[in-house]
Ligand binder design. Structure first.
Ligand SMILES: C[S@@+](CC[C@H](N)C(=O)[O-])C[C@H]1O[C@@H](n2cnc3c(N)ncnc32)[C@H](O)[C@@H]1O
Length: 283
């Protein structure tokens, strides 16, 4: 397989994407946790198992999986972002995590040990593959016969209020970029159930399940944080970053975002509707 197919994503996650992910890590770590745990539960990860955590970022899911597999198990976290992995490795060293290994690798093409793993897991890390079916075929080759896949991925934008609300605010000030094409890698590229089933089937998986979960997502512990987060990350953040908006326009967007998010403040933070798929399959 062509090793350069993910070049754009390698650049993004080693550049601005990685920097932003790190910047909002304190909130993201907590707000995405329930989604990752749903996928771990769906895979029934258990003691003594060998697991790959695809697109492990700063490693929080990798450490939780290590807790679940216990001292007899092993977890390999792979990520294309050196900066996020540096954070993960630092955390592993300070926590004395001996059953965790991190590799700076493209999960799409990395030569994993064949037939060695029980589970391939991911929390929002598999939607960025240039060739998803080839990537999942590669990951399947690492799984033992009967091994499982489980990952959390976003449902389409229209089901995610945190996306529609923030894009509606931006649209009052800027022309929105055309939505990405159905085959284009990106956070929403696994929203279509038929596409995901086709990818996994082509990669050789069976027993494919997609459970829809509609819940809420904490965009930040308070309004200031949530405004900053939604104007920097996600589809609205990207629309602003990629526009030629001047500081005055950005500040008007932030003001309107603040007004729009006011209704979503709760004791837990700014809590807004979200929807994911918990996808499972078997080798
Ligand atoms: C949305 S972030 C999620 C990070 C982490 N799983 C979390 O939930 O905090 C996506 C992650 O996938 C990684 N990634 C994207 N494409 C990848 C690939 N082909 N192989 C390995 N990691 C990849 C990115 O570098 C990034 O860390």
């Amino acid at each position: 397989m062509d090793n350069t197919v993910n070049a754009d994503m390698v650049e993004f996650w080693n550049g601005v994407g990685g920097q932003k992910w790190l910047r909002f890590q304190d909130n993201m770590k907590e707000s995405l946790k329930p989604f990752g745990h749903m996928a771990m539960d769906a895979a029934s990860i258990s003691t003594g198992e060998q697991v790959i955590d695809v697109g492990c970022g700063c490693g929080d899911t990798t450490f939780e999986i290590a807790r679940r597999v216990g001292p007899g198990g092993q977890v390999l976290g792979v990520d294309i972002s050196k900066s996020l992995l540096a954070e993960a490795t630092g955390r592993a060293t300070s926590a004395g995590q001996e059953t965790v290994t991190f590799e700076n690798a493209d999960a799409q093409t990395h030569p994993f040990s064949p037939n060695a793993f029980d589970v391939v897991f991911s929390q929002f890390g598999v939607m960025f593959f240039g060739h998803p079916a080839g990537a999942f075929k590669n990951l399947r080759s690492a799984l033992k016969s009967g091994g499982r896949v489980a990952f959390a991925t976003w449902q389409p934008a229209k089901n995610n209020e945190w996306i529609t609300l923030s894009l509606d605010v931006v649209a009052k000030h800027l022309p929105l970029p055309a939505p990405s094409g159905p085959e284009e890698p990106g956070p929403l590229s696994f929203g279509d159930t038929e596409r995901v089933k086709k990818i996994l089937t082509k990669a050789g998986f069976s027993d494919i399940g997609m459970e829809g979960v509609s819940t809420s997502f904490i965009a930040g512990p308070n309004l200031d944080y949530a405004v900053e987060f939604l104007t920097q990350l996600g589809p609205a953040g990207r629309a602003i970053t990629n526009s030629e908006a001047n500081e005055e326009t950005k500040s008007r967007i932030a003001g309107d975002m603040r007004d729009a998010l006011g209704a979503y403040e709760t004791d837990r933070g700014v809590e807004i509707g979200s929807a994911i798929w918990v996808v499972t399959a078997r080798n």
